[in-house]
Design a protein around this ligand. Sequence first.
Ligand code: ADP
Ligand code: MG
Length: 247
Amino acid sequence: MEKILKAEGLTRAFENKGERFLAVRDVSFSLYRGEAIGIVGESGSGKSTLVRMLTGLLAPTKGKIEFLSRDLTHAGSKEWRKCYREMQLVFQLPKESFDSGKTLGSGIGESLRNSGLKRKEVREKVAELLSTCGLTPNFAERYPGEVSGGECQRAAIARALAVEPSLLICDEATSALDVTVQKQILELLLRLKNEKKLSFLFISHDLALVQDFCDRVLVMYQGEIVEEGKTEDVISRPKEAYTRQLI
Ligand code: ADP
Ligand code: MG
């Protein structure tokens, strides 16, 4: 199986009131094509810091990142730009990731800017992407303020898919949604995983949420991976307090 992403000994130090602490400490894992890894841990355990390093937003203090067999550890923006389209992020608050003054359709269309498609073809592609994500074509004309959180998250996923990425990183992508909508978004992600052979990093503070979606789970606590394994094993045998309290 093709290795999509490899993190080796990733570490990030910050200063807090003059004291240096490690927000992420020696994190290593590999992700394969078509696989979904859940990264769970209580608030402040270092999940988003890890994501920011993987996506090139934050330089690691130590460690190594390989993405699609390329070394992205010290990715200056040049090396990064060539790769970044293959790695798409979906955030907790989709409305903040769209420009409130532009329609969802133009937001999604921007991702197709360098695709060589003509205007009409872009419109058709946007409608197709919306449909893939369970939205009718008329959502292209709506503004972020005119749709629900779940609908906006679907549009954000459509935009991420526009560039045909290999990896979707969802950082608390369902946390702001109510339980029913969370389930629906997870169903969508599961369908994408199966149909498109997409790989996922699914970051959440809720272990139960990853149950039906992730093949493997890493549990983070105070910046470290304290437990990892197949999802069903981690969930059915909560060995430690830091895992139990996440269920
Ligand atoms: P999580 O996403 O798991 O809730 P974060 O990665 O956001 O956790 O944060 C991990 C720890 O690092 C927290 O203690 C947080 O306050 C700290 N932290 C995150 N970003 C910074 C920063 N830019 N400067 C200083 N401390 C930070
Ligand atoms: Mg976070």
